[in-house]
Write a protein that binds this ligand. Structure first.
Ligand SMILES: [Mg+2]
Length: 230
């Protein structure tokens, strides 16, 4: 599907679960959270209450580990009706700290795809999340040198993409975004007239679900970043 990249002036990549693992750490932390509070309420209710808190809090804290940690604490207070012990709150804060410090794990094909495409195109990294955490992960990934620019944004809306493209002087029709989220990497880019390549990942956060725009002529899908090189 990615046979002709010459029509693109700029290619951009999402980071979390496109270049490196992310969601699995949230899932592991969520499982620990549910175990800790399973005496109070069933797992399904815990998961749903936490998800509702995360989405409710996006406008306050943005995307990332900090907002997730605060949402776990808020949910713990809610489901225990205020009876949660300080020692449990401390453990939740520790879970958040561990997530922030976890060593980065690149996904298969990430390095080869990025180093390969960097020879022919200016590459940009466009990611949501906590600023410091994303900067640290990029440094650990050792992919930084291949990117012409890095944009750590509070959300990935059509307006945000439009703003980035006008800043870098690229017309949407010559722009390709590659990422694992239909909602954040595909839909908003197609909406402004750009091209999108969807690389589904094994798991994804409920919030990022979206309808795959199979009929859109500017939509492409690959199973792995290694396909870019082949
Ligand atoms: Mg992603």
């Amino acid at each position: 599907m990615l046979d002709d990249l010459s029509k693109f002036d700029v290619i951009a990549f999402d980071a979390d679960d496109t270049l490196w693992h992310n969601e699995r750490f949230f899932k592991l932390s969520q499982n620990r959270f549910c175990e800790m509070l399973s005496d109070y309420v069933d797992i399904k209710t815990l998961e749903n209450t936490l998800l509702a808190a995360e989405i409710r809090n996006l406008g306050h804290y943005g995307f990332g580990v900090k907002g997730f940690t605060l949402s776990m604490i808020e949910t713990a207070i809610e489901v225990t009706e205020g009876r949660v012990e300080a020692s449990v709150i401390k453990q939740l804060l520790d879970i958040g700290q561990e997530m922030l410090q976890h060593p980065l794990e690149l996904l298969d094909g990430a390095h080869i795809a990025i180093s390969h495409l960097a020879q022919t195109h200016p590459l940009y990294l466009i990611t949501k999340g906590d600023l410091l955490h994303q900067e640290r992960k990029l440094a650990q990934s050792q992919l930084g040198e291949y990117f012409t620019g890095v944009e750590i944004v509070s959300d990935k809306t059509p307006t945000v993409y439009q703003h980035i493209l006008s800043k870098i002087g690229c017309a949407p029709k010559n722009f390709l975004m590659i990422g694992n989220s239909v909602k954040s990497d595909t839909q908003p880019v197609l909406e402004i007239g750009g091209w999108a390549c969807y690389v589904p990942f094994e798991s994804r956060w409920e919030y990022e679900h979206g309808t795959i725009p199979l009929a859109n002529p500017r939509f492409m899908q690959i199973t792995s970043l290694t396909e870019i090189v082949n």
